[in-house]
Design a binder for this molecule. Structure first.
Ligand code: NI
Length: 169
């Protein structure tokens, strides 16, 4: 199984902006997405971005039925998004607890838009778009941030709402 190591905060590949994918229907893109899916499953994540496995391309995947890291959240459909773009639907911003496979053991309270419109491509280059809300929208914003070198701790407004999962909850 092509399980990769998830790099952690401080690694350079998490700090840089990633490049847009230009070649679709391509073996490298397919194996990147396979590796991301296997790695996300192995680590128990609800989403993962390519830079987290050391690849600086604008690719994210996410989705789950039930997840032990976020036991109270409703299922999110499994989605592959290449070159994702987000737009705000409302100005409604809500705080929610987030973690990240690249920031293991820590959680923080992060403000995110309640609703976003997303668009991007699947691995064959077909356009995908839709509107997401709640935790679904939160995951999208978190994963797209990875493509711009932003991690959830950078978004926390009150650093008192940041700490170790086993101490906070
Ligand atoms: Ni993350």
């Amino acid at each position: 199984m092509p399980i990769k190591t998830v790099v952690k905060m401080g690694n350079k590949s998490l700090a840089n902006a990633s490049l847009s994918v230009t070649n679709f229907c391509d073996g490298e893109l397919i194996s990147l997405i396979d590796d991301m899916r296997d790695t996300m499953q192995q680590y128990g994540g609800v989403g993962i971005a390519a830079p987290q496995i050391g690849c600086s391309l604008r690719v994210i995947i996410f989705g789950f039925d039930k997840n032990s890291r976020y036991p109270n959240e409703r299922a999110v459909p499994f989605t592959i998004l290449v070159n994702p773009v987000l737009e705000n639907v409302t100005d409604n911003i809500i705080d929610g607890w987030e973690g990240c496979l690249s920031v293991p053991g820590l959680r923080g309270l992060v403000p995110r838009y309640h609703q976003v419109r997303y668009s991007g491509y699947d691995l064959n280059g077909n356009i995908i778009s839709g509107v997401a809300e709640g935790f679904h929208a939160r995951i999208l914003q978190h994963e797209v941030d990875h493509l711009d070198g932003i991690l959830f701790p950078h978004r926390i407004k009150d650093m008192k709402s940041f700490g170790y999962e086993d101490e906070l909850f």
